[in-house]
Design a protein around this ligand. Sequence first.
Ligand code: SAM
Length: 610
Amino acid sequence: MRLPPRPDLTWKDDGTPVDARVGDVYFSIEDGLAESRAVFLAGCGLPGAWASGADHTIAELGFGTGLNFLAAWQMWRAHRTGAGWLSFVSFEGYPLDVEDIARALTPWPELRPLAEKLCAAWPARAKGIRQITWPEERLTLTLHIGRIEDTLPGAQFTADAWFLDGFSPAKNAAMWDEALWPEMARRSRPGTRASTFTVAGAVRRGLQNAGFAIEKKPGHGRKRERLEAVFKPTEAALPRQPVCPPKVAIVGAGIAGASLARVLHDRGAQVRVYDRATGPGQGTSGNPMALVMPRLDAGETVQAQLLIDAYLTAQAFYQDRPGVIQTETFHRPRDARETERFAKLLADPPLGLEQLEALSGGGLLHKKSLIVTPQQLLPALLDGIEGVWSTDADVDRHARTVNGEGYDAVILASGSALAAICPELELTGRLGQVDWVQSQVDAPPSALACGHYAIASGSARLWGATFAAHSGGPPETSEAARLENAAALETLSPYWVKDARRGEVKSRAGVRATTADRLPLIGPLVDAAEMAADRQVLERARWQIAPEDYAVPGTYIIGGLGSRGFTWAPWAARLISADIFGDPDPATPETRRAIVPNRQILRKLKRQTG
Ligand code: SAM
């Protein structure tokens, strides 16, 4: 099943939540918070480990109600120092509904303000990696939703502390499987701590065999013992040191550059954005309105997961920002193939009812899609960030300079202009035209999609977009594109057409950079010459390379977003930010491989030898 299952949640008379499938409690109602502090926080040397002001990563097995997370957050608020950032990575196979999280946490009024923040941001029920960032708290929660055996092997982070809280080993062996220990070791550094409430023999042996030194400690409350562990205590355990905020240049102030600037600025980087235009969003991102809706694939593939991760990240990132309105999109199949795809999708949907509904006649209703007004959103994203406008950026990727100025990281996010800056990549420009009118009538936000789309919000009506071959040069609107869009609108909404005919139709065209496999290019820039020189080595290695291979250090690209720029941009921004700061990754090795730029060079070299 593609949707993560709910737990079999029941409540004891005293309010203790229990998963009846397992037959165990999430926490003890009398003193759950005190136990969480004693077993997990103190057990991992917190808050002492935060004194240096360095970044810190806690990994937890079993997010449950979020009690441990909130206990850590509360402690972090009281004890964080300097510019340190707390990353809390947690794994959960049976996510609770948000109402149940709120109910479970009611016994602790002192946690209420934090519980409310968590509940307000609680992600949709879907498998994958969800990141919630509270910049004002210097805190990110990374949730891996799915069974531990499926999620932990692909999770990319290094932990400073582990909270092992996966129900009792006797009742829930899956969370304590022997495969777990080497996976933990792989994500630990000398000195990484681990703590748990159980001293079960298999847990002790597993930790020890993986390189942890263990120690039994007196248990909390009525429990006799608990366990503390340290990874490779005999090796020089260098405490993490605070790092200087990186100085970062972003080339391009469309939605990719603006989202990245916001994410990096919030994370503490010194950001400067370069654009040859006089302000943000004057290229392809600058249509009067844009629609953020998902592309949902029928199979449970890497691409399908990527599209869901990107869509849900965009939803959460744009929520409550200026120029963003939530709306339902009525998505009708365009042909028999799409009808079949939708039917297959609905037989095992990847998103829950709060997101997705089946329409009679075979369509999809996307309940939380967004209408974005870029002229409001982009300046808001760039608020407080230095812009260098009306300036062509001359990038030297090996020297990591822009117009002669040196940076710790340089990111190219200049849409269709990337093809000229990165000739080693294969980007094809596609012309997209939208048309719009101001109506006499105010309408609530709504959207229709069927290949093309139509958006109404207030008096604005916008429809499009074409996706045509582009022969280069500045994008120009055309009567042919207007007729194509008008014909599509006729099918989407005959009623609108009448409305649209009354006003003066305006048009705008932009060039979308696309790739052959229709997936974006997100990640390190590639040293294509070095790859070409290594062609025989690569062939001998059967063309297997890691996403980070042949990267030009400190340089990145966000490009090839096609007609889904507003959907990909926030997820891409999180990925690049994770790379620059060494934070927990929003991608797995598989999803990274699908979007990493070096794949294109590899394919080219393969073709040449074939
Ligand atoms: N730390 C939680 C808290 O603060 O509320 C309590 C965690 S509870 C004791 C154990 C958690 O592990 C449950 O939320 C359960 O759904 C999750 N879990 C159990 N088996 C799992 C599996 N195979 N994969 C992923 N999560 C699992």
